[in-house]
Write a protein that binds this ligand. Structure first.
Ligand code: ZN
Ligand code: ZN
Length: 699
């Protein structure tokens, strides 16, 4: 009997007394396995345990107490503990742990205070780890520090396990200094202690220090485990440090470490974040086992690398392999739809969420709002928003920004007021939306007022994006000098977006001097961005300065900048149709051409005259030949007119800015053909309806 039980771990070794008892009472053990539903059952078991002496059996007692706690009767459990004479600490530790399992961290601390205040028993090395976790859950740093004091008081602070838990507690509270100090003082360290500190640094945003610490760990000869590797890989991902990441990958290969699902997923994520999407996919394909986290990481990886269609394809594969997606997956997929501007896929994903009863969390609903407004359907975005039971700051921000980008100025500003009425404090992202709305509405005075309100009332110091919005606002309204003055006064270096806003304004308001200045700065900051050359050349053309137009063309040639060919996409019944400028390769090109001629004739009757200056925009010789008629968006529009029902909206995605001529034409088409036309171009949405556009002719 005795010899058999010797192999049991220390705390489960029963005393000879309880051992002999267990022979008589072993029939009670199955009873302890049952799930209690009534207090009466508990009381009966308790009585039997007391009578038989089973209460003195450590294992049985622990089981009983945890059943009690699981049943939710911690108070009863404490009473039981008080009357146990042997060994009390195990019983109390059980209640503390059970409180934590039941998500009652405050209870765990109270149980501990009860235990020591009544001097019932002394804590041991199993007591503190749960308590330290409880303090972290409660986010009470003072409690954590007091517990640290207690470990010293009871002479347990030199226990390796407790020391490691203390380090974790300090890093959880962001006190990396104390964590490191404790770590430095540790007598004997092990890999777990190292990993705990490394993870702490990585999680608190000190990825670089985490990597340094890892190198140190390696140097001192400690063996990292899978957890260490996973943490280090996340740090590499955050720093986009592909060299270090690859080093870790080699390390894993060389040591023949098993690439578990977690580690494999970290590798997928690291390669994707470092922009090595192909290596990321190889890693993903090689993984022997994948879970929903791996799939989500790969899908998000595609989104981060601007490969939204690949992301959507992978999601469809995931579904076909019957892997159930979770909230994170769906958020990544919705991001892909938003990036693609693909309303059909977005609607399909939304239906998928409903059909598969994926929990519609606030985050997921926020993603739906963002997706619908970026796919050109602000009405559906608003519908989701209105039906949300609980809205958070992100929901309001997404809605305000969506309304603003669709030119629904009044609605955006009303939302801003309602948000504050409901006690939600705006942040800097809210103000980007608000200023964008003012800009779209030409509300200069209101814009200045909100810009001031942001700083003075809400104590948010403006970032470069806010200055960009203000320059855009002033520029659109024709206050070019004021816009330039604001740029001069900015506390930071203006970026491409700021100069771009000014340049766009100069083009519309025909200001050669400021336009030239803005363009020159832009060409310095973004020498490879073809759109800037086109804009400047357009301004020169407007002033008939053909020599300068030639010069710009030469400059592009010398710098190897190629004008990206214009390309428009329209989706009809789930199929994507792509049109290039002058494109006659579409299988239905024969029916598109007559439609195009018909549309143009109709528009001429309405007084449409082609904007000849736009032809000069096209810097490539071959492109110059193709007339304005053949711009890709016009081809897509005509195809849409043929393929969709009367009155249906037409949605087009364009990779470049819509040109002025197409813009004029589309406004007329929306009136003459009674169609809503929604174009998402390189910089914004154009929602054409009844002869006008939401951008108010400014883009
Ligand atoms: Zn055009
Ligand atoms: Zn427009």
């Amino acid at each position: 009997m005795m010899s058999a039980s010797l192999s049991l771990p220390h705390k489960l070794i029963p005393t000879s007394e309880s051992n002999s008892l267990s022979m008589k009472t072993h029939h009670l053990f199955p009873l302890l396995e049952t799930k209690f539903t009534e207090v009466k059952q508990l009381q009966q078991v308790h009585a039997q345990m007391t009578v038989t002496g089973l209460i003195k059996h450590t294992g049985a007692l622990a089981k009983f107490i945890s059943s009690l706690s699981n049943f939710g009767n911690l108070a009863y459990a404490m009473v039981v503990c008080t009357y146990v004479d042997h060994p009390k600490v195990v019983a109390w530790n059980t209640i503390i742990r059970a409180s934590l399992v039941q998500n009652l961290p405050k209870m765990a601390i109270m149980v501990y205070l009860n235990m020591i205040h009544e001097s019932i028993t002394y804590p041991d090395n199993y007591t503190f780890p749960s308590l330290l976790k409880a303090s972290a859950q409660l986010m009470e740093f003072t409690t954590g520090k007091a517990l640290h004091g207690q470990t010293v008081k009871f002479g347990l602070n030199l226990d390796l396990y407790i020391e490691t838990t203390l380090i974790k507690m300090y890093t959880d509270f962001g006190d990396l200094y104390s964590a490191e100090k404790l770590f430095g003082r540790m007598g004997a360290k092990n890999s777990i202690a190292w990993t705990t500190l490394i993870t702490g640094y990585a999680q608190k945003g000190y990825a670089k220090d985490a990597l340094l610490l890892f190198s140190e760990m390696e140097l001192q000869g400690y063996e990292p485990d899978e957890v260490t590797m996973a943490t280090v890989l996340s740090a590499c991902a955050e720093l986009k440090d592909i060299e270090f990441g690859q080093k870790i990958h080699h390390y894993i290969k060389n040591r023949d470490l098993k690439v578990c699902t977690v580690l494999g997923t970290c590798l997928v994520d690291m390669y994707a974040k470092c922009g090595r999407i192909d290596e990321s996919r190889n890693m993903f394909d090689e993984m022997p086992q994948r879970n929903v986290v791996s799939w989500s990481a790969m899908i998000l990886g595609y989104v981060q690398n601007n490969q939204c269609f690949e992301a959507l394809r992978l999601f469809k594969k995931m579904v076909s392999e019957s892997v159930r997606p979770n909230e994170v997956t769906m958020i990544a997929v919705l991001l892909a739809c938003a990036q693609a501007g693909d309303l059909n896929s977005g609607t399909w994903v939304h239906a998928y969420i409903d059909k598969n009863q994926i929990n519609l969390t606030v985050n997921l609903q926020n993603s739906l709002i963002d997706m619908y407004s970026k796919c050109g359907s602000v009405d559906l975005a608003h519908h989701i928003f209105e039906n949300m039971k609980a809205k958070d700051l992100v929901s309001w921000n997404a809605m305000i920004s969506g309304l603003a980008h669709h030119g629904l100025v009044k609605e955006a500003l009303n939302a801003f007021s309602s948000m504050q009425e409901q006690g939600i404090k705006p942040d800097n992202i809210t103000f980007i939306g608000v200023l964008t709305a003012c800009s779209h509405g030409g509300l200069v005075k209101m814009g200045w007022q909100k810009f001031k309100e942001m700083r003075e009332k809400h104590k948010i110091s403006p970032k470069i994006e806010h200055y960009g919005c203000m320059v855009d606002l002033l520029g659109r309204a024709g206050f070019l000098v004021e816009a330039m003055e604001l740029i001069d006064k900015m506390p930071m270096e203006p970026n491409g977006a700021v100069w771009g806003a000014l340049l766009g304004a100069c083009r519309v308001h025909n200001n050669l001097e400021l336009g030239e200045l803005a363009a020159k700065r832009l060409l310095e900051i973004e020498p490879q961005n073809d759109a800037n050359y086109v804009l400047l050349s357009n301004i020169y053309a407007g002033f008939t300065r053909w020599e300068d137009v030639k010069l710009i063309r030469k400059m592009m040639h010398e710098r190897g900048v190629r004008k990206i060919p214009g390309c428009s996409i329209i989706e009809i019944e789930g199929f994507v149709h792509e049109f290039l400028v002058g494109d006659k390769s579409h299988p239905e090109s024969e029916s598109i051409e007559p439609m195009l001629n018909y549309v143009m004739e109709r528009l001429k009757l309405e007084g449409y005259v082609a904007e000849r200056s736009q032809v000069l925009l096209n810097l490539d010789e071959e492109e110059k030949e193709s007339s304005l008629y053949w711009h890709s968006e016009k081809l897509a529009l005509c195809f849409g007119l043929i393929k969709t029902k009367k009155g249906d909206p037409i949605r087009i995605l364009k990779n470049l800015r819509v040109c002025g001529d197409c813009h004029t034409a589309f406004k007329l088409v929306s009136r003459v053909f009674k169609r809503d036309i929604i174009i998402r171009d390189r910089s914004r949405f154009h929602h054409f309806r009844d002869g006008s556009c939401s951008c108010r002719d400014f883009w």
